[in-house]
Design a protein around this ligand. Structure first.
Ligand code: ASP
Length: 319
């Protein structure tokens, strides 16, 4: 297979791919983010002679992903993309918030090279670790001439940042690409493109500057049966006192919201708080915009929609 001559940078952030359990058969009771990127490569002999550059950006369970790590990660990715000797960047990540990191990078970078996130559903100590193959596939994808954009390489499928979502908490094939499916597949090292590569929506990494402690506050509220209007009002009032900049409402079905939320949203908007509605459904997008409905996040799930509102608020602030 064709391969770019430049080097591939692998940025480690932790996750299950770098996780260890006390017992080899334990696929649940492990600790994520224990092995370095260099450690991970010892399980991928096929990458021994590749021109790789390794960098440990963070070492965490991605359920605990922070704005500070995102800020640093985006800056490191951009710095490596700017290096003409670098053909592509791979990021090892946890599966839990991979889609949020992917959306953040897609929105702030506009890479003409591949930026490939990869992860694993089983720790490195598992009897069935999926990390080594995913890492090999991610580097293989990142070294392909013509590939570009923020992508996720998982279980043989290549997803774009807009579509990728974790839909299963345990299965090894835990991701989907939304209604449009994967943008490509990688089979035994052979790339099978299915759709055009994503181009990115460059806000620029500069939008992520500044002390993250002062970044705008954006929250997620889930709509559900039996919603308590009193609790909702108290929660929103407390958040507004802290300077709430945006709220994502995770709606039922096609992004429909409990009437108590509909009533509260008008006041929020009047107070300058930006809102988006998404769906609790595991698949698909919020379709259409009935008259009077809050703006929809389309195919973005609640996590990505929160990133979207955060970035919009940061952009407004920097303008
Ligand atoms: N909790 C882990 C993480 O997101 C799960 C995983 O990586 O599969 O870091």
């Amino acid at each position: 297979m064709q391969k770019n001559s430049g080097r591939i940078v692998i940025l480690g952030t932790g996750g299950t791919i770098a996780g260890k359990a006390a017992q080899a058969g334990d696929n649940v009771g492990y600790t994520a983010g224990q092995l370095t990127v260099a450690d991970l490569l010892t399980s991928v002999p096929a990458l021994k002679d590749w021109p790789l550059q390794l960098e440990q950006v963070a070492q965490l369970d991605s359920k605990d992903m922070s704005h500070a790590v995102w800020q640093q990660l985006a800056q490191r990715v951009q710095a490596h993309l700017d290096d003409p000797e670098v053909a592509g960047v791979v990021i090892t990540h946890g599966t839990d918030t991979l889609e949020e990191t992917a959306w953040l990078l897609h929105r702030v970078l506009m890479p003409t090279k591949p930026v490939v996130l990869t992860a694993a559903m089983r720790p490195a100590t598992s009897l069935q670790p999926d990390g080594p193959q995913n890492l090999l596939d991610a580097v293989t994808l990142a070294a392909q001439p013509g590939v570009q954009g923020v992508l996720a390489m998982l279980a043989g499928a290549v997803y774009d940042a807009a579509g990728v979502r974790k839909w299963h908490p345990y299965r090894i094939d835990a991701f989907s690409g939304g209604d449009d499916g994967p943008v490509a597949r990688l089979v035994e090292g052979q790339l099978l493109p299915l759709r055009p590569w994503p181009t990115g929506m460059a806000l620029g990494v500069d939008v992520l500057q500044g002390d993250v402690a002062h970044w705008p506050k954006v929250a997620v509220v889930t709509s559900h049966a039996g919603l308590d209007a009193e609790l909702l009002q108290a929660q929103l009032a407390a958040w507004q006192a802290l300077g709430l900049a945006g709220v994502v409402f995770e709606g039922t079905g096609n992004g429909t919201l409990h009437v108590a939320i509909e009533n509260a949203a008008a006041a929020l908007k009047a107070a300058g708080c930006e809102v988006l509605r998404t769906s609790r459904c595991q698949g698909g997008s919020v379709v259409g915009a009935p008259a009077g409905a809050l703006p929809s996040a389309g195919e973005l799930g609640p996590g990505k929609a929160r990133v979207e509102l955060l970035l919009r608020a940061l952009k407004r602030r920097s303008a």
